[in-house]
Design a protein around this ligand. Sequence first.
Ligand code: TPU
Ligand code: MG
Length: 561
Amino acid sequence: MYTVGCYLAARLSQIGLKHHFAVAGDYNLALLDQLLSNKDMVQVYCSNELNCGFSAEGYARANGAAAAVVTYNVGAISAFDALAGAYAENLPVILISGAPNSNDNGSQHILHHTIGTHDFTYQLEMAKRITCAAVSITSAIDAPALIDHAIRSALRARKPAYIEIACNLSNQPCAAPGPISAVLCPEPSDAETLEAAVTAAAAFIASKQKPVILIGSKLRAAGAESAAVDLANALGCAVVVMAAAKSFFPEDHPQFAGIYWGEVSSPGAREIVDWADGVVAIGTVLNDYATVGWTAIPAGANVLNADIERAYFEGHDFGRIHLRDFLSALAKEVVKRDSTRVEYERQRPQPTVQKAADPSARLMRAEIVRQLGPMVNAQTTVFAETGDSWFNGMKLALPGGARFEIEMQWGHIGWSVPSSFGYAVGAPKRRVITLVGDGSFQLTAQEVAQMIRRKLPVIIFLINNSGYTIEVEIHDGPYNNIKNWDYAGLIDAFNAKDGKGRGLRATTGGELAKAIETALANSDGPTLIECVIERDDCSPELLSWGHQVAIANARPPMPDR
Ligand code: TPU
Ligand code: MG
């Protein structure tokens, strides 16, 4: 005998979820009971719904999909921020919200947690704008079809979906789930279009002498990372990766030519893209940040754009072809064109061994990055928060197997703490290292307590530079100063009597080295290392990037008439 809640649990489990994230509220308590009755899934609690949404977002980064369960309005509207983030970042997060009793629909009742009118539709309407599917379950008979529709849409589109369930329905009987293939069934590429696209693309590439491959963040969403390696191998050219896609192409691959990010690219990468006569742009997202305030946009006749379900270039536009199918088939058709790789070999920067700072000298940003480098191995996943952590993270050379997570399109400060928590829940065998600024940390700090609760050995490098340095470099003012906290001391407050988190402070290179040793030895909980540096001690890339972004932001309005 299935109920609506058990049906939902079965479907979430069948798509591969071993956990779901939740914050309790009276609109979802009965639903949480139903979900708990599924022994294949663990319910993981969060401190607030924004964090719950970001935890699910991080879980989806590790596991391909995720679910978060929240209460009506007061919970769900907080979670919407993270849900919109999942949309921006192409992650299928299923947000499930408890909702008013079905008998209250159309009544003149005023319900708690609402804006106090008789309208119970606005949450669903809001959800429709930031998901690929949003459904409201007010009848047990329709529940299986609506649940399947929402989950199927999310998995296909790699976008979030929303399901609200009236609070008196989750324990009502409904049909048993049929085969999961009906939910997973991918829409195949259109075979004829695929063939035409591949023929035209192979001809386009053959017409170029110096093509380069540019990897963007939608590559992973499309499940096409290994297909991109196949294409690179066949073409033999240099491969550059956008910042938002770091680690989506292996950095130990012989054709890897660095991070392309306009004037803040890694050495040699920009020169190779500038020199190329054709760019195969795969899953790229060219926003103002990624293009350094519109100063570096590969566009025009020399660009072949391969998107998740579309390829367009030089008078062609092919739809209904999957990126993975397109890249794999193209790999079999392309001619070898390796001149950008050969040229990059000449330009390739020699690995420099940075000198260790005097262990008793005041800690500097460059020394933090130097000490971070050797910590990254095949099992590591690095999270880089908005702020100078982005630029510090870019400097890490990733060995094969290392992963890198960044939220460059949504760019919500505070994302990294809950997202790395969710990721660590989903990928317990990986070593998660989170780079986060003091300003960002203050938004979502509570979720460190959940890392403590679940004994997750996440290592947090909290860069305390006394403020919003990224904003300082874009446009400074008193609003970029923040209240200092005792960040290391905070961990003891979170530990209370039973926690095993560690909070350490490093003000010199020597203290940092010791703190890293302690962190690596602490397997019973997170370790936060507060790295204290000066306010203006930032990466040179942030200076240049901030300058260009400030110019782009300050463009005067077009004349009215
Ligand atoms: O390393 P640093 O100092 O640059 O990083 P920190 O201390 O984390 O400061 C980040 C400053 C920042 C702000 C205030 N970066 N972006 N913003 C704007 C912003 C405000 N609110 C949200 C939710 N997201 C944002 N990106
Ligand atoms: Mg800061």
